[in-house]
Design a protein around this ligand. Structure first.
Ligand SMILES: C[S@@+](CC[C@H](N)C(=O)[O-])C[C@H]1O[C@@H](n2cnc3c(N)ncnc32)[C@H](O)[C@@H]1O
Length: 280
C-alpha cells in the first residue's frame, strides 16, 4: 500500500468527489429519517495543506485553491467551499477535511458513520480523530468487505462512498462486483464510486460492466482538466452515482461546465453526465 491521500488532498478530483458527496448528503437530509454513511476507503480526517506531503505535489493549488477566494461560485460549489472554510476560519487555506470529516460535519446527531481504512497509520489517525464522536465507528479492514459486513443497515437509508486508491489492476472489477453486492443486499443504497481517468479508452470495459450490472440507476459524472487520452497522470476523474437523489443531476448540469472551465489545466477542460442505467 503506497498510496497516501495527504499528497493529493484538495486536488481537482477531491473537489469533484467532495462537492458531489456533500450535495448528496444534503439532499438525503431533506427527510428527517436517519441515514447511515459508509466510507470504505476513508483516509484520515484532516489534511494539512501547508505540510510536506501536500507541499511536495502542490495539487491542491489546482483544486480547492482555484475556488478558494472566488465570489462567483455556483451555489453547489459555494456550499462545498463554505464547508471547507469551517476549518480555516482566518480565511487562509491551510486545512482540508477528508471525506469522513466532511460527512461527519454535515451529518446530524441521529445519523451514523461507518468508516474503514486499511493503512495501519491512517486508520489509527482516523480512530483518534473521531474518538469523541459516538456516531462514528472506525474499522481497520478491507473496505471492499463493507457491503457484506454492514448492509442492510437498520436506518433503511445508506450512502456509500467507494473511493479506492486504484493501485491494483483489478480495482475497477472489484468495485463493480461490490456495488452489485451492495444493491443486492439493500436495493435503495445510494453509492458514489470515484474513479481516475488517465486514458478514457481504458475505461470502456468498466463503463460496459457498470451499465450491465443490473443496477436500478447509474449516473456517470466526469470532469476532465486535460485531454483524457494521453495516459499521462490524472487527467480527470469520474463518479458513478447509483440511485442518486433528485435533483442532483439538474444541479450538476449548472455546475459542471463552470467547474470544468475553472479547473482546466490545458484547453477548456471537459465534463459529461449521462445515465448508464435507468434514468431520471
Ligand atoms: C483515495 S484515498 C481516500 C480518500 C478519502 N476517501 C477522501 O476523499 O478524503 C484511498 C484510501 O484507501 C486506503 N486503502 C487502500 N486499500 C484499502 C482497502 N483495501 N480497504 C480500505 N482502505 C484502503 C488508502 O490507505 C487510502 O487512505
Amino acid at each position: 500500500m503506497n498510496y497516501r491521500h495527504s499528497f493529493h488532498a484538495g486536488n481537482h478530483a477531491d473537489v469533484l468527489k467532495h462537492a458531489v458527496v456533500l450535495r448528496m448528503i444534503r439532499l438525503m437530509q431533506r427527510k428527517d429519517a436517519p441515514l447511515c454513511y459508509l466510507d470504505s476507503h476513508a483516509g484520515t480526517g484532516l489534511y494539512d495543506l501547508t505540510g510536506t506531503d501536500a507541499g511536495r505535489t502542490g495539487e491542491y493549488l489546482d483544486g480547492i485553491g482555484r475556488l478558494w477566494e472566488r465570489d462567483d461560485l455556483p451555489e453547489l460549489l459555494a456550499d462545498y467551499r463554505d464547508a471547507i472554510s469551517l476549518y480555516n476560519p482566518d480565511g487562509e487555506l491551510g486545512l482540508y477535511p477528508g471525506s469522513p470529516q466532511l460527512a461527519a460535519a454535515a451529518l446530524r446527531a441521529h445519523d451514523r458513520l461507518i468508516l474503514s481504512e486499511l493503512h495501519p497509520e491512517d486508520a489509527a489517525t482516523l480512530r483518534e480523530h473521531f474518538a469523541a464522536d459516538d456516531r462514528v465507528a472506525v474499522h481497520q479492514r478491507d473496505g471492499y468487505e463493507l457491503p457484506r459486513a454492514f448492509l442492510p443497515v437498520a436506518e433503511k437509508r445508506a450512502l456509500w462512498l467507494l473511493d479506492p486508491p486504484f493501485e491494483k489492476g483489478d480495482d475497477l472489477e472489484r468495485c463493480v462486483a461490490q456495488v452489485q453486492a451492495a444493491v443486492q443486499r439493500m436495493r435503495q443504497t445510494i453509492i458514489a464510486l470515484w474513479y481516475p481517468i488517465k486514458d478514457e479508452r481504458q475505461l470502456r470495459e468498466f463503463y460496459r460492466r457498470m451499465g450491465d450490472a443490473g443496477l436500478p440507476k447509474v449516473l456517470r459524472v466526469e470532469l476532465g482538466v486535460r485531454p483524457m487520452d494521453t495516459n499521462l497522470g490524472l487527467n480527470g476523474s469520474g463518479l458513478m452515482l447509483v440511485n442518486p437523489p433528485w435533483p442532483l443531476w439538474e444541479q450538476l448540469e449548472e455546475t459542471l461546465p463552470w467547474l470544468a472551465a475553472r479547473l482546466a489545466q490545458s484547453g477548456q477542460g471537459s465534463w459529461r453526465m449521462d445515465w448508464l442505467a435507468g434514468g431520471p
